[in-house]
Design a protein around this ligand. Structure first.
Ligand code: BMA
Length: 329
């Protein structure tokens, strides 16, 4: 398996798969890596994206405040584990005056492309839609137009153009907690006007894979391999006690990434640990970043736990591709 995206991540606190572990992904022993008090006024720090930056890492963090407002904060780390998160939220500049006022911002993803870091997030504009911005230094963030009409969540950019087009995955939704949702792909020449929308995949309405029967949504930016684009996503089931969020993995076609080559029937990771099962919203694992070590194929996944704290887990490109194939729907 050849890895075509990613870079060297030498200072990540990698851990080998524990002896006897039967999972394709394993949690970092220091989890949760960021607690509720990630910055001065935070109630919770979760569903956040990080990337390699300089000789360490940078990120865009969802910190819900103690008045429970949802906003995005830049943060920095030398080792991917200890984080300093700013106390003041990101002030985006350059947006058209019509869309600039903040309603709420949450669940960022970051994609590195052409020397810039592109941030996409759930952006309140008469309902949730996809905000887009870029930064070079995690200090100044330049906001572009919203990608779509409301209502939409989970906008995730591919790390390069495919067939000359920027590509974004997203999950059209409603204005509430959305009891439905399939993944779509949209294309753009300029990161402003999006079209050529294509269906990618939907929920599974049978017990062949019931954990993803209510809604599915793209997670981190897809990872490029010679066999296709590796996508970690979330899948949701409705139980008598509410939604349960789990992680799955799919392999998308290299040139037509709306075509699914493999998709896992079994979940990749589920809320099992106490910090994933107990919190402001219990039973949620929500992946937003997957950093790939180009030299070794190791992957570090950052994920929100129970809408309260942030977890880190490790896997490899081979583990994920084999899992998608061996447990294919
Ligand atoms: C979704 C989003 C996520 C959240 C999840 C579980 O609709 O709001 O941010 O993690 O619900 O509460």
């Amino acid at each position: 398996m050849k890895i075509l995206s990613g870079q060297s991540l030498p200072n990540m606190p990698w851990q080998e798969k524990p002896a006897g572990c039967r999972e394709a992904i394993w949690r970092y022993s220091g989890n949760p890596i960021i607690g509720r008090d990630g910055n001065k006024r935070s109630n919770s720090v979760f569903n956040s994206a990080v990337v390699p930056f300089g000789d360490g890492y940078a990120g865009v963090f969802r910190c819900d405040s103690r008045s429970i407002s949802m906003d995005l904060f830049a943060g920095f780390s030398k080792d991917g584990y200890h984080w300093q998160i700013n106390d003041e939220p990101i002030q985006f500049i350059g947006a058209d005056a019509e869309i600039a006022p903040r309603e709420y911002r949450y669940d960022a993803r970051i994609t590195m492309m052409d020397g810039k870091y592109y941030v996409t997030w759930c952006n309140g504009y008469h309902g949730p839609t996809i905000g887009v911005a870029w930064t070079e230094d995690f200090k100044t963030f330049h906001q572009l137009e919203n990608a779509f009409l409301p209502f939409n969540r989970n906008g995730v950019l591919f790390p390069r153009k495919v067939n000359g087009m920027y590509m974004m995955l997203s999950r059209p939704s409603d204005n509430g907690h959305t009891p439905f949702g399939d993944i779509y792909l949209s294309q753009s020449r300029d990161l402003e006007f999006w079209g050529r929308h294509r269906f990618v995949f939907s929920t599974v309405k049978s017990d062949a894979s019931a954990w993803q029967s209510t809604k599915v949504g793209p997670g981190p930016a897809p990872i490029e391999t010679d066999e296709g684009w590796l996508l970690i996503y979330h899948g949701v089931i409705t139980t008598c006690n509410g939604f349960v969020y789990r992680m799955g993995v799919a392999l998308l076609d290299k040139d037509e990434p709306w075509k699914v080559k493999y998709r896992s029937k079994d979940y990749l990771m589920a809320p099992w640990e106490l910090y994933e099962c107990v919190g402001d919203v219990p039973n949620v694992v929500f992946p937003c970043a997957a950093l790939t070590d180009k030299d070794t194929g190791r992957i570090a996944v950052y994920y929100g736990c129970a809408d309260t704290v942030t977890g880190l887990a490790f896997t490899t490109v081979d583990e994920l591709v084999n899992f998608a194939k061996e447990h294919a729907l």
